[in-house]
Design a protein. Sequence first.
Length: 310
Amino acid sequence: MNRGAPIVVGVDGSAPALSAVRWAAREAVLRTRPLHLLSVMPVEADTFGGAVKLGAPRFPDQRTVGRERLSAARSEALLSAATLGDRELQIVDRLRFGNGVEALLDESRTAAMLVVGSHGLNQFADAILGSVSAAVVLHSNVPVAVIRNVPKSKQPQMSGPIVVGIDGTENSEPAIAEAFETASLHGVELTAVHAWSDSDLTTVFRSDPDGVSLDWDTISTAEHAVLAERLAGWREEYPDVAVRCVVVRDNPARQLEIESKSAQLVLVGRRGRGGFSSMLLGSTSRRLMHTVSCPLLIVSSPTRQKDQNK
């Protein structure tokens, strides 16, 4: 990944968007990356698609509104970065016109990460598949952070561990890598969650394909081993990160929701097998976008990353 690639955050003037700016600013400082503030206005200047002139008293100039939003976001970003001490934050303001989702995805081509608020000015729209956050998560080839519950800049910083969901397959690897790096940068514990109740256990325990008399203690021991194997190399690479392992026979999303109550960030992959396995929008990741009690970082799958590098 290009170490100079920016963190891009969507700015729409809403409170959740400013929460996203605060979070993104701190991450940009910790990761020594530029922060790009992106405001996307639906129409250019005071026209509707360039076809109809709109009266200024009723329809404020879109360029002016966009610049005001960027100015407010810049101030918030600088205040947030200042809480980390005397560390430099490079900020770039970007004002575009058109569709917000398309603009964010276009910016993602050269970005390290996209950051969006949990909902924007149109909160009703955010409840459906076509919302900005949902659509960006679905189509982005870079990690997407969906932000909620970030304190204002003058309040205490978020605390708690970094939580990562692990399904036991290679599809978890990008999320695990991101989780270890983030925990190391923040100097906090990493909680690794492996919830296996939705896994296809018959593929492992073929002696009882109907699952009638499975030995759950044996299965639990095997699932602990799966998690330990996935973490082994990363623990060696990040010896400074303390890891707490959580292996449960439970629904993955429900267990991650529980862990999110005391966490500062939850990370998941977008694809996998079984319960973590359908990490496509509309399953676990979609549920977590609306239910976790802290920021959520959804990391693209190996398949999409390979496609991006072609």
